[in-house]
Design a protein around this ligand. Structure first.
Ligand SMILES: CC(C)(COP(=O)(O)OP(=O)(O)OC[C@H]1O[C@@H](n2cnc3c(N)ncnc32)[C@H](O)[C@@H]1OP(=O)(O)O)[C@@H](O)C(=O)NCCC(=O)NCCS
Length: 178
């Protein structure tokens, strides 16, 4: 089982394993925001207990080695800006990420994604890092492109984004391999 670092440092960011106390900030910063969750697979959190439950799940899946979540903290002021996730499936790592709206467009997520890709592909057992995004989510597609991933497909009817509707939607699939 891969045992990834609990902390990554980039130029401007620290990615670290969440603690339960992060739930309050995650809730305030982005988990209730319908703009942020628009193209995600989950509905905005209605109450803080939803976010706490989510953070508990993050800690459990980390322990099980199924997926790893890191909160994204800005080093300059210690502010929690978002989260990045790697779901492990053998030699494949699937990334997911989210950032509070006030911090979009400053290159933060590209910086976080690049650091995780670099570490993952250094691991002998990891050959593929991939992710998907809704066709109508160009900011996410651009992050993947800037991080060196290649668009390899449109996965039709791939993902339900319940904030838009109940029907599965088409997704771009991006990957980087070694
Ligand atoms: C997607 C997301 C993580 C991007 O984070 P970010 O830190 O703003 O990303 P970056 O600043 O590193 O890069 C964003 C890029 O998208 C571009 N972009 C943003 N909105 C765009 C739009 N509507 N059309 C085209 N490009 C767009 C930006 O210009 C930038 O590219 P550039 O550097 O070439 O100018 C953030 O918008 C977010 O959290 N969205 C909600 C959650 C989400 O959709 N997560 C991904 C699910 S697949």
């Amino acid at each position: 089982m891969i045992n990834p670092p609990e902390t990554f440092e980039t130029e401007r960011l620290r990615l670290r394993k969440p603690v339960l106390a992060d739930a309050e900030v995650i809730f305030q910063q982005y988990a209730q925001d319908t703009e942020v969750t628009k193209y995600l697979t989950w509905l905005p959190n209605g109450k803080i207990e939803d976010t706490r439950e989510f953070v508990r799940t993050c800690l459990t899946t980390w322990q099980q080695g199924d997926s790893y979540h890191w909160v994204i903290v800005r080093k300059e002021d210690g502010l929690l800006l978002g989260m990045i996730t790697a779901r492990v499936d053998g030699h494949k790592w699937e990334l997911g990420y989210v950032l509070a709206r006030a911090y979009w467009g400053r290159g933060y997520m590209t910086e976080a994604v690049k650091s995780l890709i670099a570490w993952a592909l250094e691991q002998p057992s990891v050959y593929r890092v991939w992710s998907v995004c809704d066709l109508d989510n160009p900011a996410s597609a651009r992050v993947m492109e800037k991080a060196g991933m290649l668009r390899e497909a449109v996965l039709r009817r791939w993902s339900v984004h319940p904030n838009i509707g109940p029907e599965p939607r088409d997704s771009y699939c991006y990957s980087i391999t070694k």
